[in-house]
Design a protein around this ligand. Structure first.
Ligand code: TYD
Length: 418
């Protein structure tokens, strides 16, 4: 593997407040792009990129120290949202909530930004709304469109927003799930939202919450697509720059702990602001020290402990002749395993139900990705759950393995054997 300095730029000022008062608190080393699965029949040398987090002393935004060229990151994206039943159920709930609360009607346009394979939009579609997706991964946009959710293969920006406005009119509801944290130029993103959003419309940002990230040592959700790690404090600051007001925030357990931030145009006073919901989270962030660098430096020490504990356990099992396989060829699994130095010796194969990932190798450590029937044909003694955010769902679907003596390893927040 070689370093790919030509494909990224270093972050020298905060993405939100432009302060240069940035402090590095996490260093996961040089890691390959974790959504780039290796095709064993067409192997190229893998390039590595530094994986580090910086904390902004001015606005408390945590952010990656580099920005990789998005053309390289999103070229061929194999991640499929709808593989997880838990996520699909979450999408149904949020669609139902939106329809009930904002009285969305059949004529209302719902736009989903970075709509992936149409997973969320399909749930909105069940309520008879007009749906439209936009996603830069051409393979996914095609899959989504084939499955009945019209999807434009493009990045979200003023140009694409204007095109949608001209062809389909204003959007009553714009949903941006797990995308805001992936965006380098948040200003351009929000200018585009203001172009398409109705004066009375609602815009919802769903992002992993840094509170959960720190409390549960979710360091393995640090990867190169994931540029920002949000608290409510910097989010509000960023939205206010664009005359956008947060009127509610809901916490969800999805993806290890996320927030859905409900936003409207500042001029639209018809939707009241739930100050209690917003202020209580701001207060909580402050109380638990998330507006202080020291908290992040402590977090980083705990990450090193997780690394030692995971590696010790796997080496011990290996020396006892036990076979360990993993479940979920997730980005976080590749971060964890590359950072910890887990190789093919320690983890025999990785199961993933995404057909497009099967037959590939995990980035960096090149462990084979296989379908779930390997659990029967090449039975392991232990299953390391890389997709710990879906541990419950994975344990349910592998009940037979468990009932016949199989055991699970969950790596975070502290390594546990179940
Ligand atoms: P996920 O945790 O959603 O995201 P990330 O890649 O950003 O870390 O990835 C979960 C992976 O686990 C994804 O490749 C799909 C896979 N998976 C299964 O194969 N079967 C399942 O039942 C579930 C829930 C996930």
């Amino acid at each position: 593997m070689s370093s790919a300095q030509q494909n990224y730029r270093r972050v020298t000022a905060c993405r939100i407040c432009e302060s240069t008062n940035l402090r590095r608190f996490l260093d996961l080393g040089e890691i390959p792009l974790v959504n780039r699965y290796v095709d064993p029949t067409d192997r190229e040398e893998e390039e590595t990129y530094p994986l580090e987090l910086l904390y902004c002393l001015e606005c408390s935004l945590s952010q990656l120290s580099i920005v990789v060229d998005p053309g390289i990151l999103y070229q061929n994206y194999l991640y499929r949202s709808s593989i997880s039943r838990t996520f699909t159920a979450h999408c149904y709930d949020i669609a139902q909530h939106a329809v009930d609360r904002f009285k969305l009607k059949q004529t209302d346009l719902v736009l989903d930004i970075a709509s992936n394979d149409g997973c969320a939009l399909r749930e909105f579609g069940k309520f008879g709304l007009r749906i439209m997706g936009i996603d830069p991964a051409e393979n996914l946009a095609q899959i989504a469109t084939d499955l009945g959710t019209p999807t434009i293969p493009a990045f979200w920006n003023v140009e694409s927003a204007t095109r949608i406005l001209e062809n389909h009119g204003e959007a009553s509801f714009i949903n941006a799930m797990n995308v805001f944290a992936h965006v380098d130029n948040l200003d351009q993103f929000l200018i585009a939202v203001n172009v398409l959003l109705k004066e009375t419309g609602v815009f919802v940002i769903e992002v992993p919450y840094l509170l959960s990230f720190v409390n549960q040592t979710e360091f393995d959700t640090t990867y190169h697509e994931h540029l920002s790690y949000f608290l409510v404090k910097p989010l509000i600051k960023q939205l206010e720059k664009h005359n956008l007001t947060v009127f509610d925030i809901k916490q969800h357990t999805i993806h290890g702990g996320s927030i859905r931030v409900y936003v409207r145009k500042a001029a639209n006073k018809s939707i009241p602001v739930d100050s209690q919901a917003v202020q209580s989270l701001l207060q909580l962030e402050k109380e638990v020290g998330l507006h202080d660098l020291a908290t992040y430096l402590n977090f980083s020490k705990h990450v090193m402990k997780v690394k030692t504990d995971v590696l010790d356990l796997l080496q011990k099992l290996n020396s006892q002749g036990k076979v360990v396989a993993a479940y979920g060829a997730s980005a976080k699994g590749s971060v964890l395993s590359n950072y910890c130095g887990i190789n093919n010796n320690l983890v025999r194969y990785v199961i993933d139900d995404t057909p497009e990932k099967q037959g590939h190798l995990t980035p960096g450590n090149n462990i084979e990705i296989v379908p779930a029937n390997y659990l029967q044909t090449q039975r392991p003694d232990y299953l390391l759950i890389f997709a710990w955010n879906f541990a419950k769902e994975i344990m349910e679907k592998t009940q037979e393995f468990r009932n016949t003596g199989g055991r699970y390893i969950i790596p975070i927040p502290n390594v546990r054997v179940i």
